[in-house]
Design a protein around this ligand. Sequence first.
Ligand code: ZN
Ligand code: ZN
Length: 205
Amino acid sequence: MPVPEVNAFIPIQDIGGISGKTSRGRTYTRRSVLERLSERVNFLGPVPGHNPSLGSCWVWTGGLNKGGYATILGEESRSSELIHRVSFRLHHGPIQDGLVIDHLCRNRACCNPSHLRQVSHRENILCGTGASARQSRKTHCKRGHEFTPDNTIIKAATKRNPLGTRRCLECQRAEGRSRYSGDGRASYLEYRRKLHEKIKARKNA
Ligand SMILES: [Zn+2]
Ligand SMILES: [Zn+2]
């Protein structure tokens, strides 16, 4: 990845400011999003520790939202937009439908276009540092069995687990067997008894 030599936005197109009339008949003008963005970005931000060759992040100096992202009023819309999306569009063109912008630098407040790429939502999660990403990088289950295709049960994606989850077949079998012998059997029967009680209580409620 080439390190940009110029610390400034070099948009592929200049999207001018807009002017118009408010509902009360006042005229207003809004400067271009590029102008407003440039003013509030520090082009000599930190260099990402995990990948110094990326060069400096271009960091928003204003406030950040709860997720750590920065927003700005977009060029046409009246609502605010994430600055890294605006910056991506200014430099690389429109963002494809259904794709999200991934920060190679992992700095959410950064809008350096060379740190941004568009990826699918799934890819974005896999490249991240979140729980799903960590989980999916594991090659063995918690008891040390390898996740080979034969030994892996894939569970469907849910809202909480957007990538779906993997289950170790060997562990699942062991759990199944323990239901039919010794202590495992006793605790399994106890679990079933409680479950039935719960269901009954719910029905009577
Ligand atoms: Zn960055
Ligand atoms: Zn296992």
